[in-house]
Design a protein around this ligand. Sequence first.
Ligand code: 6PG
Length: 251
Amino acid sequence: MARREKPLILVSPDLSSLTKMMANDFIDSAETAILERGRFAVALSGGSTPRPLYSLLASKEYRGRVDWPKVHLFWGDDRCVPPDSESSNYQLVRKTLLSGIDIPEANVHRMKTELTPAECADDYEKTLRDFFRLTDGEFPKFDFDLLGVGTNGHTASLFPHSTALTVRDRAVVANYVDDPHPWRITFTVPTLNSARRTVFLAGGKDKAEVIREIIFGQQRPSDLPAQLVAPEGTLVWRIDQPAASALPSER
Ligand code: 6PG
């Protein structure tokens, strides 16, 4: 049963300090996972917010603090566009992170968005089941799942009122959404809720209202799919002060 208590909300003064705190969270989580299990399986998100995080992790100051050959990178969602498209979440990570770190190609598990949406989802379902050695009814247990949130309450590519919101028998699925890139591949709710550590990363005043609604508002997950993220593991919101500006003072 997914938990329902309020998540930990960590507020940084601005995007720059938020990015540094997030980078240290990633590094610490990687160290713990590698110590405990010999590897760090992480699912990355797309969008604009994590871009400075990926660049910072690839920087001279930070890249040596992660044992990259023991890291396995996955994506929690991607758009069904060519992998070299500027709109691809894989391309975002390739340009900002992969180009700066020494990680084996075999450890980079991108969604093959050059396939049809259905073929891509099936291919990634197999990738996850093989990597995590899953039996029927089991879901991948990521050490770390990095999520963003849209102003419409979506996370990964679980958009309001989209068919993927109710899928419980697959780890990843194709989803047609209300967006300029309508065909998406996304983790399903059971996958998101299996992670050991889940961190929402959000910044900017434009996210303030939706973050308050998601965390403190009425439960209405069809309108606010990020409310479906209630993992057994740790759930943290890492946001900057502008994004926290609508939160109740008593929380
Ligand atoms: C995507 C992302 C998506 C993103 C949010 C927030 O493919 O668009 O994975 O879930 O995290 O849309 O995006 P911003 O960081 O650009 O606000």
